[in-house]
Design a protein around this ligand. Sequence first.
Ligand code: CDP
Length: 239
Amino acid sequence: MYRTLDSGVILPASRAERPVVIAIDGPAASGKSSTSKWVAERLGVHHADSGALYRAATASRLRAPGALGTSESWTEQSVLEAARAVSFVPGKTSFEVRINDAPADEELRGAGVTANVSLVARMPGVRAWVNERIRECARGSSIVVDGRDMGTAVFPDAALKIFLIADPWERARRRLVQRLERSPSEDEIAVETDDIVKRDAKDATQTQQASDAILIDTTYLTQAEQVDRIVALARAVGG
Ligand code: CDP
């Protein structure tokens, strides 16, 4: 006996009432968040971006007194204190980050946050704080989550695990198109590639491909193609 959810996901009857978690992980700028958002929309479920929480904790700490010193002097306690101003609220299709109850999307993508977020993400207490927020989002409902360790540390039993990779040059080009809203020059791509490779190195320990994850190299795929592929895999999960 099978049952089809409104989203089109087909589940065996015994699992039909159990929420489905789809975990999408991968390195910097591999397209996790935008892909996850589209996949969630197609499946009619919510999306939660764990990277946005790491970025929000960092942004909130940057607003706090003493933020202008080197981030190496930040203590885990000071970051967790700053993170108390962060909330993660269900929007129409994604959970949205707020700092002091206000949206902070642009700030989260700013250079200051990007430069300091890897250090913040290495703090065990901050990882526990993010993981708990993300697990709360999944309590009782199906969800698409994205990050670097969703399929390992946070949802080892996820119904579907995807690990997205792409050539660093292509990741840099996409990130610049998104940020600049025009075609970047070769020199601009070279600088961004360097930044992405450096961040990959800083994030190496927390970027984990689950042994049962499906690896998708998106270098030569369009976003629509990668979304189609993941939606098809999600539909096959219970079928
Ligand atoms: O979009 P992009 O890949 O540039 O990064 P992000 O998903 O917004 O994540 C920002 C940062 O948060 C990463 O560089 C990691 O340091 C950290 N992160 C993590 O450690 N674990 C996660 N599950 C998600 C993000």
